[in-house]
Design a protein. Structure first.
Length: 88
């Protein structure tokens, strides 16, 4: 959840309503986003796996972090059947 500095939820719906009318999907929107939406779950799974690889040990610099993200993405992609299993 996004918060402003005063702890109030971000006021994004006014902008989205003004810009997109009733054509946007999301929290507080005209069309609610379904919980555990399958199109989001696969990304959550991917980011969770990548995060566990990147943060397995502490990193020392921004360059180390970028390198770990690159290597981690390759490692996740090389897991046999990972994307087929997620889609199922």
């Amino acid at each position: 959840m996004l918060f402003q500095h005063d702890g109030a939820p971000a006021h994004f719906s006014n902008y989205l309503n003004a810009t997109f009318g009733v054509r946007w999907i999301g929290r507080g929107g005209p069309v609610p986003w379904p919980p555990l939406s399958p199109d989001l779950w696969s990304l959550d799974y991917f980011w969770g796996r990548l995060k566990s690889l990147v943060h397995a040990t502490p990193f020392d610099s921004d360059e180390d972090l970028v390198a770990r993200i690159s290597v981690g993405a390759i490692r996740v992609r090389e897991i046999p059947g990972i994307f087929e299993n997620v889609r199922q």
